[in-house]
Structures are given as C-alpha cells and as structure tokens.
Design a binder for this molecule. Structure first.
Ligand code: ADE
Length: 231
C-alpha cells in the first residue's frame, strides 16, 4: 500500500510518521508513505499555492493547478468524461473537507484493500471546488467540526487503514478474530496488572474477577456482553 500525502506543511508529518506502528509498517515495507510538498508544484516563480476567492469573501483558496500537477506527477491517469481517472483501478484520490463523507471503520476496511491512496490536504478557507468535482474520487470528513486543514485527517485515515493491513500489528490472528467483515471491529474493555490498584488505601480499583478466572468460555461471554462493535 502506498500513501501519497499532498500538503502545504510536510514537516508536520515527520514526527508522527516516524514513530510506533507507522514507522514499523514502513520499515517492514508493508506501507510506503510519501509526503509531497504542494509548493513544489506551484506554477509561478513566487511559488503561489493560494489565491482570493472569486465572488469575494474572506480568506484564501488553495489553487487548482498545483494540485493537478502534483497528482499527475504521482500516477498514470486518463481524462474520462472530463474527470481525472487514475489508470490503476486499485488507487483512489481523497480530498479532505468537512463537507465530505464521514470516515468510519467500514470505510477504513474498504480502503485497506487498495494499492495506493493519494490524500489531498486542504488549508486556508478551502480548496478550489474543481478539485472535488474533477480530480478527487472521494471527499472525506473525519467529523462534524472544522479543522485548520486536512493534515490531521490524513494522519488519522492513514493510521486507521495501516493497522488493518495484515502483518502490521504483531498478533495478526488475534486481530483477525476481532474484525468481522460484516460487523466491523469489536472493542471490549481490557485490563492489565495490577489486579487491585490501591492508592494510599483510599481506593481499591479491581479487575473484574471473571478475567482472572482462566475460564475462557466465561471470559468470552463477558467480553461479548461489554463489547462495542465499531462499524
Ligand atoms: N478539513 C477541515 N476540517 C475537516 C474535517 N473535519 N474533516 C476533514 N477535513 C477537514
């Protein structure tokens, strides 16, 4: 799986992509993550990537041409019914916008089957609407709130997808058990040592007895009762 992040702030990604699961997944060559600086694709000598909105209004809008140039540089494509189409069927172009389809575990699971995802991170007051109309395959929102741009959403989407790819998380068999294609991801409460936590004898916070019993059938029932299926 290859992720290409098109952003105005490539340095934001450095730390996060080089730690923990995402770092390991890259080292194991299960995923490849390219961070692309949109400014490198500006079409004028001042490296302009934004401009005033037609019709007036506040703020600046991310320009269409640098995005077109950046996306075209990454993959083979054709123009079909006036739209930008990547030739490889197992690739997708995502544009982050609070107006997009709400991201969830099911979408993450579908995306995890792809070979390549190009993620376009907007900034300023928005992105020229022609990117959504002609270039992006999907507009994605991570929730009903407005962020400063698509950079955090890109990290969230990449992390959610990457941990679903076989081989990324150590105990893949265990993970498989907890993912059901139809039902989504099963989350239940987890505990670890100590069995009882005492703070100066004022509290006594215990692990549910059943989890210490060694009775797998009972544990399974308890987990089922307390689980949440994340769809
Ligand atoms: N850009 C700004 N806010 C966003 C959101 N909630 N989801 C995706 N992209 C965004």
């Amino acid at each position: 799986m290859t992720f290409d992040i098109i952003t105005l702030f490539p340095e934001f990604f450095e730390f996060y992509l080089n730690h923990s699961i995402l770092k390991k997944a890259q080292e194991k060559k299960i995923v490849k993550i390219n961070v692309i600086n949109l400014r490198d694709f500006a079409v004028d000598k001042h490296k302009t990537v934004d401009d005033k909105p037609f019709g007036g209004g506040r703020g600046m809008v991310v320009k269409l041409e640098p995005i077109f140039k950046a996306v075209s540089s990454l993959t083979k494509f054709k123009i079909q019914n006036s739209k930008f189409k990547i030739t490889d069927k197992k690739s997708k172009i995502i544009l982050f916008t609070p107006r997009g389809k709400k991201f969830n575990q099911k979408i993450a699971y579908q995306f995890s089957k792809l070979d390549r995802i190009i993620l376009i991170c907007g900034r300023y007051e928005g992105v020229d609407e022609r990117v959504a109309k002609y270039i992006a395959d999907e507009e994605i929102s991570i929730g009903d709130y407005v962020l400063m741009g698509g950079d955090l959403p890109a990290l969230i989407v990449i992390e959610t997808i990457t941990r679903l790819i076989p081989g990324v998380i150590g105990k893949s068999e265990l993970l498989k058990e907890r993912i059901t294609k139809e039902k989504g991801f099963i989350e239940y409460p987890q505990y670890t040592r100590p069995e009882v936590f005492n703070s100066k004898k004022r509290v006594s916070w215990r692990v549910p007895k059943i989890l210490l019993s060694g009775n797998h059938k009972k544990i399974e029932e308890w987990r089922k009762k307390h689980q949440k299926v994340i769809e």
